[in-house]
Design a protein around this ligand. Structure first.
Ligand code: DOR
Length: 444
């Protein structure tokens, strides 16, 4: 009997848990129905993928999409448009919006705003605060929740829990792995005078490597004490790489493309405040050790930390300028360029951007190309050379620190639950974004 599918992706090089091979993928009802030689099968639509690599959908586990409240910078529609234009099929969005995402009402408001308005699938973090501790066990299990996020050093927005006692209270009640912005607030406050007006090169001097390491060490200690697991976001120092290698039983961690690609002081001299980010981009020895963390398997996931601010806001004189840069759309091309340069394998990229998120966050039916899983794919042309430009960036902010950068390796297609959302640089389907499902949030 001939099989029939909704869609067949024909003759792409599928990069999968069992290696790389030219295969067909049959899709039915948004799920992967079969993988292999489907020459005898028929489908409503067949898409020729010859010469292209089909990766499991890239999941960006750290973005700031600014809605509600800061929508001059970004909103859920524009941020997710930028995501799918860059080959990203799902995002985890951060709680430092206005109002903050710290209650049932603000959380369900985000889900409502996102549903079928976002172009990719989505989950939202709940911000952990001193005031919502009692509600966290319920909130972290809400469908569409990626877990609890805590800023222990202040960045954009009002979220901050800087002291160990309050952190202990949060750890005591939550069950899921929580994510942390790890910079020690006390040290940041002590060192504020080291900022030099008009000179963003002083940003990593102020927010130094010790501030990051101290915070990460405090978190690991409290996690151990309370028998909980933590995820340390955007690792920026060589010291944290070496420290976390010895604490993998309780701590997972993330690297960002900018900490792997940009280097101080050159990036501040060339890009000014556009390179200003928390935690900061640092010198080459830190960047090289984060690459070592990629090579050694210490880093679990990649996240873009897409943190858009308008050009006007970024034009303020340092340190009045806000920290953050766009990144969701450039994650795939920048990292594929690193693949082509031999800095990581394509298999390791898939491990960091699909399998890793699924493993850490217990995502159901995403993160691998397997029968029964969501038909989420990032289709890439590994040989294509392109120049990244501000014009290409669909984010409302309209700029990227990589403007003018020539890369080899380009996202040419984005599939979300079987729908071809982006193809060859065009949006091809109206928004159908739905919540990512997690083991801990399944209701039925
Ligand atoms: O530079 C940053 N900007 N780091 C963060 O952690 C927050 C982000 C933002 O929201 O602007």
């Amino acid at each position: 009997m001939n099989q029939r599918f909704d869609t067949i992706l024909k003759s792409g090089t599928v990069v999968n848990q069992d290696g790389e091979a030219i295969r067909d993928i049959g899709i039915s009802n948004g799920r992967i129905a079969a993988i292999g030689g489907l020459g005898q099968a028929s489908a409503a639509e067949t898409i020729d993928c010859k010469g292209l690599h089909i990766l499991p959908g890239v999941i960006d586990t750290q973005v700031h999409f600014r809605e509600p409240g800061l929508t001059q910078k970004e909103d859920l529609e524009t941020g997710s448009r930028s995501a799918v234009m860059g080959g990203v099929t799902a995002v985890f969005e951060m709680p430092n919006t206005d109002p903050l995402t710290v209650t049932e009402a603000t959380f369900s408001d985000k889900i409502k705003r996102a549903h079928h308005r976002m172009h990719c699938d989505f989950a939202f973090f709940i911000g952990g605060t001193r005031d919502n501790v009692a509600d966290l066990p319920e909130l972290e299990r809400a469908p569409g929740c990626a877990g609890v996020k805590v800023f222990i050093g202040s960045s954009t927005g009002a979220l901050l829990v800087e002291d160990d006692e309050s952190l202990r209270r949060i750890f005591a009640v939550i069950k899921r792995r929580a994510a942390f912005h790890a910079e020690d607030e006390y040290r940041l406050n002590e060192r504020k005078s080291l900022r030099i007006e008009g000179d963003p090169r002083s940003h990593p001097v102020w927010r130094d490597e010790t501030a990051a390491l101290m915070a990460t060490q405090r978190l690991v200690n409290i996690a151990r004490e309370s028998g909980k697991r933590i995820h340390v976001l955007h690792i920026s120092t060589k010291q944290e790489i070496d420290y976390l290698r010895d604490h993998k039983d309780v701590a997972s961690c993330e690297a960002t493309p900018h900490h792997l690609t940009l280097v101080a002081p050159e990036c501040y001299e060339r890009l000014g405040t556009h390179a200003q980010m928390n935690p900061p981009v640092r010198s080459a020895d830190h960047r090289d050790r984060i690459w070592y963390g990629i090579e050694q398997g210490i880093i679990d996931v990649l996240g873009s930390d897409h943190a858009p601010h308008t050009l006007e806001e970024k034009a303020k004189t340092y340190p009045a300028s806000p920290s953050g840069m766009t990144g969701v759309q450039t994650l795939v091309p920048v990292m594929l360029d690193h693949v082509n340069a031999g800095r990581l394998s394509l298999a390791r990229f898939v491990d960091l951007s699909s399998a890793g998120p699924a493993r850490l966050y217990n995502i159901t039916t995403k993160g691998r190309i397997a029968a029964g899983y969501d038909a989420d794919f990032t289709v890439v042309d590994l040989k294509r050379s392109e120049t990244i430009t501000n014009k290409w960036v669909a984010s409302k902010a309209g700029w990227t620190p990589y403007d003018g950068m020539r890369v080899t390796g380009w996202p040419v297609g984005t599939f979300v639950r079987g729908k071809r959302v982006m193809w060859q640089g065009e949006l091809t389907t109206p928004s159908t974004g739905e919540p990512v499902r997690f083991l801990e949030t399944l209701t039925a």
